[in-house]
Design a protein. Structure first.
Length: 152
């Protein structure tokens, strides 16, 4: 039986999108960039003797929030557009079906929420922002090193 050239055969989810593409599409790197941006804005770890006064000026915090929103919007749009055409609708199905993709999505969400807390709340001391920073960073770094070991 022959098929018409315009008829596309049904594919399994892993033929359409590779798992490494889905993990990158989730945006863990964008979340870590937001976390670093928030830590620099709030001056979580002051270098030398020149620590900024806390709380940080509201205009500076608002500017950091705007940059995070632009970075997430542009980064996810760019990554989604670079996926193959058949892979674009499959991203959401892969997140729904794959446990590993849900873990990565959760880690990216957690890091972004911690970054938002760092920037949005006017902290008066550095202890809580430092704890939030490490709580967001450590699980992501452990997972990234674990993923690299699995790839090799």
């Amino acid at each position: 039986m022959t098929t018409h050239p315009q008829v596309v055969r049904a594919r399994t989810l892993h033929e359409v999108i590779r798992p490494e593409e889905a993990r990158e599409a989730v945006g863990r790197r964008l979340a870590l960039l937001c976390l670093v941006m928030a830590a620099v804005t709030v001056d979580v770890f002051p270098a030398g003797g020149g620590a900024k006064e806390l709380p940080v000026h509201p205009g500076t915090r608002l500017w950091a929030l705007a940059l995070m929103a632009v970075m997430w919007g542009f980064g996810t749009w760019r990554r989604y557009r670079r996926l193959r055409t058949g892979a674009q609708p499959a991203v959401f199905a892969l997140v729904r079906r794959s446990f590993r993709s849900r873990v990565v999505l959760g880690q990216a969400t957690w890091a972004t929420l911690c970054a938002l807390l760092l920037v949005a709340v006017p902290w008066s001391e550095r202890a809580v922002p430092q704890v939030l920073f490490w709580l967001a960073l450590v699980p992501n770094l452990l997972s990234i090193t674990h993923d690299r070991d699995k790839v090799r």
